[in-house]
Design a protein around this ligand. Structure first.
Ligand code: ADP
Ligand code: MG
Length: 234
């Protein structure tokens, strides 16, 4: 799970100082998808980047799986990023020369797993997420929504416990955006702690909880149980 306590992030210094985050508390439990919602410049990307240990907080603490990331060695931190955290970016980042299943298996291969075992794990997660029939397609032969769904499969392949997505639906139409959020939710239901940044209330409604950011501060929190899925009675 992810626990951020009183996290502050300051960029620059003196007159150029920017307070991107101020005393932010966020906790995401396994199986839970939390949306971080706010307008452009409110601190969503900064929060996700710090939760993903890609950037250090200026103040406060970040615990991942019960461990204070500030106390991890460089090697331990690299291992945590490689094995435990999956990232989904707006522009998909799939490799054009690899099929969907090869893209999904890549993080495991890079982590030293054999090709066969990695591909098998890739097929398994694609199937779990309803993408088995896309496994042998190359990214160019997939729709934007399908590509983003493959990127989510890649982010949760193996034993990853954390899924972080920054505006993952930004380049998609609303139908594909909903499909991506539905899949994020399905991925989290497998026991992953997920955090998704978005400025879109309709997409945030897919999350189990929403945290509202403004000017780097949490201004509201909700427990929306009335998202699209529950309206459909599912
Ligand atoms: P959002 O993702 O919600 O649009 P960001 O986290 O990108 O917000 O940015 C929050 C604030 O921090 C903004 O004022 C932005 O200009 C500033 N900021 C983000 N990254 C940097 C950086 N590397 N250097 C200086 N300021 C930054
Ligand atoms: Mg952003």
């Amino acid at each position: 799970m992810i626990a951020l306590r009183a996290v502050t992030k300051v960029f620059g210094s003196g007159p150029a100082e920017v307070r991107a985050l101020c005393e932010v508390d966020v906790e995401v439990r396994p199986g839970e998808l939390v949306a971080v919602m706010g307008p452009s410049g409110s601190g969503k990307t900064t929060l996700l980047t710090i939760a993903g240990t890609l950037e250090r907080a200026s103040g406060g603490t970040v615990h991942i799986g019960g461990r204070d990331v500030a106390e991890l060695s460089k090697d331990d931190l690299a291992r945590l990023r490689r094995r435990s955290i999956g990232y989904v970016f707006q522009d998909f980042n799939l490799l054009a020369g690899l099929t969907a299943v090869e893209n999904v298996a890549l993080p495991l291969e890079l982590d030293g797993h054999g090709v066969k075992a990695a591909r098998a794990a890739g097929m398994e997660i694609l199937a779990e997420l309803g993408l088995a029939d896309r496994a042998r397609h190359y990214p160019d032969d997939l729709s934007g929504g399908e590509r983003q769904r493959v990127a989510i499969a890649r982010a949760v392949v193996g034993e990853r416990q954390i899924l972080l997505a920054d505006e993952p639906t930004g380049a998609l139409d609303s139908v594909n955006g909903d499909a991506v959020m539905r899949l994020m939710r399905a991925a989290c239901k497998r026991g992953v702690a997920g955090m998704v940044g978005t400025h879109d209330a309709q997409l945030a409604a897919w999350a189990d909880r929403v945290i509202f950011l403004r000017d780097g501060r949490v201004v509201d929190r909700s427990e929306p149980r009335t998202g699209p899925e529950s309206l459909l009675g599912r």
